[in-house]
Design a protein around this ligand. Structure first.
Ligand SMILES: O=C(O)[C@H]1O[C@H](OP(=O)(O)OP(=O)(O)OC[C@H]2O[C@@H](n3ccc(=O)[nH]c3=O)[C@H](O)[C@@H]2O)[C@H](O)[C@@H](O)[C@@H]1O
Length: 352
């Protein structure tokens, strides 16, 4: 005997707001199953919109959005943005791209295609259906910056043939494409330059510093500091990025937490939050590693009333809890991956 149980009886979803036809938008999120994209998916779903996630699952994971599968407002499409996409939408959040240095350097040509052809495809879609498009850009467009802190007007200092170029230059030309489509075709575009972000749903093998240090500290392995550790970053907890939903209303604002730390300070902080006996191990520095980075968020403050809401330590503690659960989960599955050796290869010495 076969009983049909409609999915709304058997499935529990996070609560979603009801929006009238007029207020409800059809929103496409490329890279919506990734670390940042899946948090944005949650926010826009809970706000009551219809969300279509497009992901090729190179670094994104179905697990990150599985709690929405089957919901009438949600759709998940396994699709690579390098191929054109024909759907009807009102807004596009274009996040698709590997983001961590070891991931984007794994296949630089593919990273370039994703950020160039992928962005052209999404702008073409935006033009065709009259949708507004937000590009998730990055502080990496500044390269190894000569101006500190970085603001919206700074043009950056990028090595166009270095190991990071596939991503840095890919995102730079993606920004250029957005403005060309705006000026030439009248497409409404928004560019958000997002600074170093961390939080739950980062992949264990992500290779960025926060997930590496937390996993190393939790597993009693040495924390791998590249170079002297005197290079700086300003880290924001992922919930902050979600305010970028508001960025659909305001143009070109930097997004980040202006609290700047050296990587060595950061290693010590994580060690103490985890209460870990791990050593700190110094490895050779990564080529073209930006030495100082911090956003000047005056414009965001003025235009959005925007402030970092989650203090660094609180965000780190939440992320530590997330990775502890991940490790337990993996242990139950008998498979404990080590954080990826994320070091970038030093290139051939340059002749100066
Ligand atoms: O978030 C950003 O604004 C951009 O910058 C990041 O690049 P990066 O800042 O180099 O991010 P990490 O790989 O987390 O490295 C941060 C610093 O920690 C160092 N690091 C990294 C990993 C590690 O195990 N040890 C270590 O000392 C790196 O050399 C670097 O100086 C990533 O490329 C992107 O996710 C993003 O677009």
């Amino acid at each position: 005997l076969f009983f049909y149980i409609p999915s709304f009886f058997s499935q529990k979803y996070p609560p979603v707001k009801f929006l009238s036809e007029k207020d409800r938008k059809r929103i496409l999120i490329t890279g919506g199953a990734g670390f940042v994209g899946s948090h944005l998916t949650d926010k826009l779903m809970m706000d009551g919109h219809e969300v279509t996630v497009v992901d090729n699952f190179f670094t994104g994971r179905k697990r990150n959005v599985e709690h929405w599968i089957g919901h009438e407002n949600f759709e998940l499409i396994n699709h690579d943005v390098v191929e054109p996409l024909y759907i009807e939408v009102d807004q596009i959040y274009h996040l698709a791209s590997p983001a961590s240095p070891p991931n984007y350097m794994y296949n630089p040509i593919k990273t370039l295609k994703t950020n160039t052809i992928g962005t052209l495809n999404m702008l073409g879609l935006a033009k065709r259906v009259g949708a507004r498009l937000l590009l998730a850009s990055t502080s990496e467009v500044y390269g190894d910056p000569e101006v500190h802190p970085q603001n919206e007007e700074y043009w950056g200092h990028v090595n166009p043939i270095g190991p990071r170029a596939c991503y840095d230059e890919g995102k730079r030309v993606a920004e250029t494409m957005c403005y060309a489509y705006m000026k030439q075709e009248g497409v409404e575009v928004r560019v958000a330059r997002i600074f170093n972000t961390f939080g739950s749903r980062m992949h264990m093998n992500d290779g960025r510093v926060v997930s590496n240090f937390i996993l190393q500290a939790l597993q009693g392995e040495p924390l791998t500091v590249y170079g002297t550790g005197s290079q700086t970053r300003a880290f924001q907890y992922v919930s902050l990025v979600l305010l970028s939903a508001g960025l659909m209303e305001v143009n070109d604002v930097l997004q980040g937490n202006p609290e700047e730390h050296t990587i060595l300070e950061f290693a010590r902080l994580i060690k103490s939050l985890v209460v870990s006996q791990s050593q700190i191990q110094f490895l050779s520095e990564a080529q073209d590693d930006p030495q100082r980075r911090r956003p000047d968020i005056r414009k965001a403050r003025m235009m959005l009333g925007w402030e970092p809401v989650v203090p660094l330590e609180e965000g780190l503690n939440k992320t530590i809890q997330y990775f502890s659960r991940e490790l337990e989960h993996q242990a139950n599955n008998q498979y404990i991956p080590k954080p990826k050796a994320a070091r970038m290869k030093k290139g051939r010495p340059r002749h100066n």
